[in-house]
Structure formats: C-alpha cells, structure tokens
Design a protein around this ligand. Structure first.
Ligand code: BES
Ligand code: MN
Ligand code: MN
Length: 456
C-alpha cells in the first residue's frame, strides 16, 4: 500500500482528465431537459467501472433517473464494502455569477472549478481511482460494490424502492460514502451525523385578482404582507422555532457530549470572513457548531409574489408564495414535522386569506456510532495519511438515503468526506482542491485494508 502516492503521482493528470469528462456532462437531476444527460453520465460511469476492473457493471432503471451498479467479487467469504455516491448535480444557475462556465472544468490556483467538482462527482470519482489502484497492484482484499445514483439532489425519490427490490444485490458489511466535508485541509474528520429535512411550499391567496393599491390598500389584507407576518412568527426572540410540538423529539446532548463537540477546532473569524457577514445569529444557548450539528433549523429558501419586474406597479397582489425548509435532527421524523408545520401554518392564517401547504420532499437524519469496525478503520486510514487522528463531527447537511439504507438494507454507513465547507457546493464557482481529490484517493485504500483486517 505504500506505493499509493507514487501511483497517484504517475497517473494524476489522467485521473483529472477522466473526472473532467464526467463533469462536462450536465447531469442536473431536477430538469426534464437534461434527461438524456442522466443516461449519458450513467453510461460513462458504467464503462469506467468496467475499465477500472469491475467484473460486472450495469445501468439499472428506476422510476426516475437510472442507478449505476457495479461489483468486484473476489471471494464471497471476504468482507464486502458498498460504495455509494451520486452523479447528479444541482442546477448551475445563475450562470453569469460563475468566473468560468460551470460545465467546462478549469483548474485555477490548485482548485477544480465546476458544478459537481466536489458534490459529488469529484468525491465519488476518488473511489473509482482508489479501486483502480488496488486492482492494478493486486492489493484488494475485500469485495467492492458500487451504487451510484442520479437523484440525490432531488431527495432520492426512487432509491428506497430500488433498494427494497435489490436487497440481495446490495448486501454489504458497510456502505462507504464520500459526500460530506472535513474540518480543514490538514484537519481530517469523520462525519458522524447528518440532519434530516422537511421541505414545504406554501401559497397564500388574498383577493381573487391583483387590486389597485390606491383603491384597496389599507382596507384589504395583502397576502405578501400576511405571509411575511406568518413567517416571522415562526421564530421567537430566542431564535427558537415557534411550531407547537416541534422540539418534542429533539434529543438534548449531555454536558459531556457537548464538551466533546466543542473540542473540534472552529475559527469564527474565518467563518464570518468567508461568507462576508459581521455577526452570526442563531438559537440562544448554543454555539455555531451546535446550531448546525445538533439543533434543528427553519429557513425560507425563496419567497415571491406580486410585481417583481423592472419599475413600479401599484398593486395589492392576489397571491404570495414561499419555500420553507426545516433541517431536522435525529429522532425528529420528517412526516410528523410536515404535519405539525401544516397544522400550525393553517392555524395562524388570518380569515382574510386562504393557505395551501405542500410537502415537497424530506428525509431523516443519521447518527453513526464511533465504536464500530468501520469507524475505527476509517479513523486509522486518516491517521495513516494525515498523521493525526480524525475528529468526529456532526454535519448540518442531509443525505436522506443514508437513514433509509439502514432501515431497508440493515447496513450502516461510514461518511468519509474530503470536501471543505468552503467549496461553494450548490453555489456559483463550486470548487474542489486538487489536494483534497488526491488525498482522498490516497486515503481510501487504507480504509479497505484496515476494514478487512479488523473484520476478520
Ligand atoms: N453532499 C450533500 C450533503 C452534504 C454536504 C452533507 C456537505 C454534509 C456536508 C448532498 O448532495 C446534498 O446537497 N443534500 C441535500 C439534500 C437534499 C434532499 C436535496 C441538502 O443537504 O440540501
Ligand atoms: Mn452530495
Ligand atoms: Mn448536494
């Protein structure tokens, strides 16, 4: 295994050029217009798995975008690792905010700039190259399966059913995922928690049509004003979420657990500087790391209604809309939160308006124990390549399918992310440092080695 660095060094340009081919396929899962690209990307991945040494690979239909499955079974008695990743990406709009075109990857000051550079094409592809290395050098000591999906960014609507129908095929001892972040380029960490999600869309209707704001303004409730009032009432002065029952299932961490969490390094000045804000704000009594890692949140993702074109139009609009998402912590159930939100939102609406509340998608959070073979193996792998023990960190992001894997397949996941929170995933100028990409390829083989040794 000590030749891994040399192998990467000798092949690093090819690795990068291969990844660029995949990035150039704009596999945006949320757009019907990109349906062909989803198949193009899936085919590309299947062919790469075969080229890298998989004994079998196929593009499998689902009710939505296809899943690519591949495997290398060396000995049925050996442990099996299932690698999960996603080839779909978020839309890249607005294009004009990018310094280089989102689907034409470019390296600038040591970073790959492109949609999907990190999330998740870049991170997923590290696994392909680690796999290639292990096979080429005859050092693979376990079985490997790959499940690369195309619907993660839209909430994995078809993957639960797919897993249910392919339980035998997906059977594994652990699911290995690189789709999260680490604390810093020199500070390895293992993601031990993900938040759940409940994503809602609301519509508030006032008068049956837009009205002249001079003739009616002041006498008729304006649905945009009403929606703003309703939204602002969802938070109290301590930044707690004001929905009855919302916190019922939230688990309070012990003093010891919170002290343990507080040991992870966090640079507040750097955090604020990076996003150009003067002050942070959030739920009273919790640190910034706690606010994202172990506490739920509620955010307006978008709000619209009335006249938004150039110039002025004096109206009292008929309708107002908002997309509101809630990040949930383990034990909160997205279905239950959806119900609580709906009931509350309808209850606080004044008689002057009608409201519609729709659930778009959601999923459950995840906590991964640290006393497992997989965690210990991952920890040792990072220690080998970074020289220090990784820190367990609860992330604020969501990968709803991870909790479903455990429910449907009965398999736990280990989240070995190599992204950085500053990589601008989902944003313009998404990027992924070459150093992170190559370090991931270097670290993953050690995981296989230790996992196999420790499983025996
Ligand atoms: N890879 C991210 C999730 C992530 C990023 C977790 C960084 C931890 C650290 C994933 O692709 C993602 O964006 N998930 C969505 C969930 C969803 C249902 C659309 C999210 O968190 O918004
Ligand atoms: Mn992702
Ligand atoms: Mn994402």
């Amino acid at each position: 295994m000590n030749d891994v660095k040399k192998y990467i060094d000798e092949n690093k340009d090819r690795f990068l050029n291969e990844l660029f081919e995949l990035i150039r396929i704009p596999s945006v899962s949320s757009k019907d217009s990109n349906k062909d690209d989803m198949y193009k990307a899936a085919d590309w991945i299947k062919n790469k798995l075969l080229a890298d040494g998989a004994g079998h690979a196929e593009v499998m239909e689902t009710e939505g975008h296809p899943v690519v499955y591949g495997e290398k079974i060396l000995d049925p008695l050996w442990p099996t690792v299932l690698v999960y990743g996603h080839y779909d990406v978020q839309p890249a709009e607005p294009f004009d905010l990018w310094d280089s075109p989102p689907f034409e990857p470019e390296v600038r000051n040591g970073k790959i700039y492109a949609r999907g550079a990190n999330d998740d094409k870049g991170q997923m592809y590290m696994h392909f190259k680690a796999f290639e290395y292990l096979l080429k050098t005859n050092q693979l000591t376990c079985n490997v399966k790959f499940m690369i999906e195309g619907e993660e960014e839209i909430g994995s609507p078809s993957l639960g059913k797919f897993c249910d129908e392919n339980k035998e095929k997906l059977k594994a001892d652990v699911i290995l995922v690189s789709d999260t972040s680490m604390l810093g380029p020199k500070i390895p960490s293992i993601t031990t928690g993900l938040r759940g999600l409940a994503y809602m869309e609301v519509e508030v209707t006032g008068p049956s049509h837009d009205l002249h704001s001079g003739l009616y303004g002041g006498a008729v409730d304006n649905p945009v004003n009403v929606l703003c009032d309703m939204i602002s009432s969802l938070r109290d002065d301590k930044n707690k979420i004001n929905i009855p029952g919302f916190y019922d299932d939230v688990e309070e961490l012990s003093k010891e657990e919170r002290e343990e969490m507080a040991r992870a390094p966090f640079d507040m000045e750097e955090f604020k500087r990076h996003i150009d804000i003067a002050e942070v704000n959030g739920e009273e009594g919790y640190s910034t790391m706690e606010r994202t890692g172990i506490r739920p949140s509620l955010d307006v993702n978008g709000i619209w209604g009335g006249y938004t074109e150039k110039g002025a139009k004096t109206i009292l609009p008929s309708k107002a809309y908002a997309k509101i998402s809630m990040r949930l912590v383990p034990h909160q159930e997205s279905k239950k939160i959806e119900q609580l939100f709906k009931k509350h939102f309808e209850a606080i609406a004044p008689k002057s308006v009608k409201v519609k509340v729709e659930f778009l998608h959601g999923g459950e959070g995840y906590v991964s124990p640290t006393n497992t073979v997989a965690y210990q193996a991952a920890s040792k792998a990072y220690e080998t390549t970074y020289g220090i023990k990784p820190i367990p960190v609860r992330s604020g992001g969501s990968i709803p399918i991870i909790s479903l894997f455990e429910k449907i397949l009965g398999t736990k996941s280990i989240l070995m992310g190599f992204g950085l929170d500053s990589d601008a995933i989902h944003s313009p100028n998404e990027n992924y440092a070459l150093e992170q990409f190559y370090k991931g390829i270097e670290t993953i083989p050690w995981f296989y080695k230790y996992f196999t040794e420790m499983s025996r």
